[in-house]
Design a protein around this ligand. Structure first.
Ligand SMILES: Nc1ncnc2c1ncn2[C@@H]1O[C@H](COP(=O)(O)OP(=O)(O)OP(=O)(O)O)[C@@H](O)[C@H]1O
Ligand SMILES: [Mg+2]
Length: 433
């Protein structure tokens, strides 16, 4: 017997959790900001949602020939996660510390809410900005509660308010307050310490969070979990976040936008992850993204939004074989999909079998094992098709009922379209600059 379009699948491979909110990507400002004219003067108030602006910022450490950060101009929008990613030593941590003035710039200006804070009191500034440092940096001789209370105490909050806040934040990062508030950092696992680091940075509910490789020194599984948790927390908090990593996959996962930095924090490309994946502007970016950018891009497209799904001939148990065969031949397919009473696809049945007049039973044909849900990403759809050795897979609604089919050629088309749109975007930018 011929092999059905969807050959029986084994277990699905785990896929990355791409359930995150794509709110920023739809309308993100995706200019190559470093290429824009930076004519000085305060940023114009009409510009949308700008929370932080670095303007031609420079940092030259004493006694060094090259600046660590050379004339960096970059905007961070309110409520977004902007990821700074780049090779070790390129100036990411330096850039982050310039934002809250842990280190002083040697040139340029820094704006918060369009207010020039280059000369503002750094202590005041830091109260508005939470900071998660590269090595977690919990105070070892303080309990978890005391660690989290650092900034609220500095701000003179009363005791009850601080206690309430500690418990609230421990819950936010998924640690039971009763168990953890009295512990010391050495009594935590690495992942738990990272969560406390995040909780501490959120202490006084800052508008801005600076996170320097917050999930750096952690095993991949815990890291993935912490990333997902953090994205969920961010959905509610909508902080403006500058997030540093040297891991492009983390950048793709966490970032509403990504700034890919070269030596001295020179921006090579700043854009949404999907557009960077679809159109790396040069070899540096292409090398940095590495292999598989096309596949990674499939995480950003969903079956319901990005594929024009095809109908497919179906039948139910008890339908006459001749009717069913006619439907299949009308649709010009060799197979017909058998649905149960709830319209869930259950079997692929060969038209040849129907033509021989065999009665259609729930055991006809072979089992449909690979199904793609309507909300699945194209990456998940591809995975299902690879597993089932099929170029086509049924797509089902939330209730499991049949909706249509997705084909490998649909994925081809989606990839080509993403590339074309990204290229056109950059061409139009070039034309207007
Ligand atoms: N206090 C300092 N004095 C002199 N040079 C410094 C100082 N701090 C950092 N540098 C130099 O500035 C450059 C940028 O360092 P930075 O820590 O910002 O890099 P990074 O991108 O965060 O690297 P990593 O990914 O390894 O954390 C490096 O060449 C580093 O050696
Ligand atoms: Mg660093």
């Amino acid at each position: 017997m011929a092999r059905p379009p969807d050959r029986s699948a084994r277990t699905a491979l785990p896929t990355r959790d791409r359930t995150r909110d794509r709110r920023m990507s739809e309308n993100a400002d995706t200019t190559l900001e470093q290429n824009e004219s930076t004519t000085g003067g305060a940023p114009s108030p009409g510009d949308r949602l700008r929370k932080i602006r670095l303007e031609e910022v420079e940092k030259r450490y004493p006694g060094t020939k090259q600046p660590a950060v050379a004339s960096l101009t970059l905007d961070v929008h309110e409520g977004e996660i902007l990821v700074l990613v780049g090779p070790s030593g390129c100036g990411k941590s330096t850039t982050l510390r310039l934002i809250n003035r842990m280190i002083e710039p040697t040139g340029g200006r820094i704006f918060l809410d369009d207010e020039d804070v280059t000369k503002a009191n750094p202590d005041k500034l830091r109260r508005r900005i939470g900071y998660v440092i590269q090595q977690i940096g919990l105070f070892p001789h303080q309990t978890i509660a005391q660690n989290i209370a650092t900034v609220p105490k500095m701000l003179g909050w009363d005791k009850n308010r601080i206690t309430g806040r500690i418990d609230e934040l421990l819950s936010v990062v998924g640690l039971d307050p009763d168990t953890y508030r009295g512990r010391y950092p050495k009594e935590l696992s690495g992942g738990q310490a990272q969560r406390v680091g995040v909780a501490r940075a959120l202490g006084a509910d800052p508008e801005i969070m600076l996170m320097d490789e917050p999930f750096g020194a952690i095993d991949p599984i815990t890291r993935d979990r912490l990333q997902n948790e953090f994205l969920r927390v961010q959905e509610d908090l909508r902080k403006t976040i500058v997030f540093v990593t040297h891991d492009i996959d983390e950048a793709i996962k966490m970032g509403d936008r990504i700034a890919i930095l070269g030596e001295q924090s020179v921006i090579r490309q700043v854009d949404t992850p999907e557009r960077i994946l679809a159109f790396p502007v040069d070899d540096f970016v292409r090398d940095f993204i590495g292999e598989g950018s096309t596949l990674k891009g499939l995480h950003f497209e969903t079956v319901d939004e990005h594929v024009k799904l095809e109908p497919y001939p179906t039948m139910h148990v008890g339908d006459t074989p001749t009717d069913a065969a006619a439907r299949a031949s009308e649709a010009n397919t060799d197979w017909i999909l058998l649905l149960d009473e709830q319209d869930h696809p259950i079997r692929w049945v060969a038209v040849g079998d129907l033509e021989r007049g065999e009665a259609v039973t729930a055991e006809s044909g072979s089992e449909v094992a690979a199904k793609v849900s309507l909300g699945a990403t194209l990456f998940e759809a591809l995975e299902q098709m690879l597993i089932s050795e099929a170029a086509v897979s049924p797509v089902v609604r939330d209730d499991g009922s049949f909706y249509g089919v997705v084909r490998l050629t649909h994925l081809n088309r989606a990839i080509r379209r993403a590339r074309l749109e990204a290229r056109e975007h950059y061409e139009s930018l070039e034309a207007t600059s």
